[in-house]
Design a protein around this ligand. Structure first.
Ligand SMILES: O=C(O)CCC(=O)C(=O)O
Ligand SMILES: [Fe+2]
Length: 337
């Protein structure tokens, strides 16, 4: 269990196994948080601004493949409580956390460090992660921790509210790309994961990463960033910092949205850098299709021409994605027509 970085204290220098080769290091060049990333305000979504807001979401999904959302309807009280529960979990004694250590992709609750390939990887990422399945809640909740004492109650509520939020985003996207209402309901968005990253302060952020450069393979992701910078998105070949806006959610259309929209929407390449002084905890929520449903460019897309991807099951996509080292472009290439 000493492998979990959340069990370490007073780390004075970066252990060798976390030092990336020079060409993969983030380096010392400072990347400030940028105000270029679109911010979508949902306050007036049920009124006359709806069409305008949908347009902004589609433009942001085309140009950046990542945006922030404010006035999203999930209460600040709930997002704060959720963050407090996860921080308390990572601060818990090593013996308590040891019960949850697992790298089984199918488990309802698993805690691990770096990646699921920790034993074989050459360099480790500076992060611990807990991933929990949360839909439907009754299938999973008994595998969640009972400590902190309010864990199950708070996280169940957060799972429900974050799912509602993501389904609303999907419905707005659906409308914006010309699909019939409900296209993303049911099997398309059946599975839900909450994935929490925790990074302790890092003695040398220039040499290591909290998460590799990647695209999210799922349908859609949201992220509650907390208040410490670290998330960076690649735009026109440059990394830009995603500012931690108090109370906002970062939304990232996943690779499945790229395929279903026939390439109209994009999914940002992003990575996580570490912080010298402050611990960072972030809460991701992902919706993914069920394993056997057919994913393909949708009929009826606005302005769409010939499909550029063939149909596949999500299971097939996910296998291809992992065998291609989680490299989005390589995986997508296998499905190009
Ligand atoms: O922790 C973050 O800021 C980003 C997390 C992320 O990209 C992911 O979990 O896929
Ligand atoms: Fe991600």
């Amino acid at each position: 269990m000493q492998v979990l970085i959340s069990n370490w204290s007073n780390v004075q220098s970066l252990p060798e196994r976390y030092v990336f080769p020079p060409d993969r290091r983030p380096g010392t060049h400072e990347i400030p948080a940028s105000n270029e990333i679109p911010i979508i305000d949902l306050e007036k979504i049920d009124g006359s601004e709806r069409a305008n807001i949908i347009r902004q979401i589609i433009t942001a999904s085309q140009d950046f493949g990542l945006f922030q959302v404010i006035n999203h309807g999930v209460s600040r009280d709930l997002t704060d409580q959720t963050m407090a529960v996860f921080r308390a979990f990572f601060a818990a004694p090593a013996e308590f956390k040891a019960r949850f250590y697992s790298n089984d992709l199918n488990s309802s609750f698993r805690l691990y460090t770096s990646t699921l390939n920790y034993e074989n990887e050459e360099v480790h990422y500076w992060r611990d992660n807990l991933t929990m399945r949360c839909h439907p809640i009754e299938d999973h909740i008994e595998h969640w921790p009972e400590n902190p004492l309010n864990y199950r109650k708070v996280i169940a509520e957060y799972s429900i509210e974050s799912r509602k939020f993501l389904l609303t985003m999907l419905e707005l996207i659906c409308d914006g790309i010309g699909l019939e209402s409900g296209y993303f309901d049911g099997e398309m968005s059946k599975n839900q994961l909450v994935s929490v990253n925790h990074h302790i302060p890092c003695p040398d952020p220039s040499l290591t990463l909290g998460m590799p450069e990647h695209c999210d393979p799922n349908l859609i992701s949201m992220l509650q960033q907390g208040d410490v910078c670290g998330l960076q998105a690649l735009k026109d070949g440059q990394w830009i910092g995603v500012e931690p806006l108090p109370g906002a959610f970062v939304v990232i259309p996943g690779l499945q949205l790229r395929v279903i929209s026939n390439g109209k929407l994009t999914s940002a390449v992003h990575r996580v850098v570490t912080d010298l002084k402050r611990p960072r905890t972030t809460i991701g929520t992902f919706l993914t299709p069920s394993n056997d449903i057919l994913i393909q460019p949708a009929d009826g897309l606005t302005g769409s021409l010939t499909p550029v991807y063939r149909g596949y099951t999500y299971k097939e996509f996910f296998n291809t994605f992992t065998t291609n080292n989680c490299e989005a472009e390589l995986a997508l290439q296998c499905f190009k027509l």
